[in-house]
Design a protein around this ligand. Structure first.
Ligand SMILES: [Zn+2]
Ligand SMILES: [Zn+2]
Length: 76
């Protein structure tokens, strides 16, 4: 496998694409260099870091981190 770098560099003109224009999805695609306007192929590779599991709120369907429902604990 080719060496991976954390910047998206055009293989034609060797110029670094700005982060916000770079391709970050974990699959491959064809992009147009914004400097030389040539098309090239990009694949983003990510290390698998592990699983995170969370409950999902019955009320709003959001994961716990994003749920703001007041859970009624029934204090009476
Ligand atoms: Zn280029
Ligand atoms: Zn909720």
């Amino acid at each position: 496998m080719a060496e991976l770098i954390d910047e998206q560099v055009c293989p034609y003109c060797d110029r670094v694409e700005e982060d916000y224009r770079s391709h970050w999805d974990n699959d491959s695609t064809t992009v147009n260099c914004s400097f030389c306007d040539k098309e090239y192929h990009v694949t983003a590779h990510y290390k698998f870091l592990g699983f995170e599991t969370q409950k999902i709120c019955d009320e709003c369907g959001s994961v716990e981190d994003e749920c703001f429902c007041e859970i009624d604990e029934g204090e009476d």
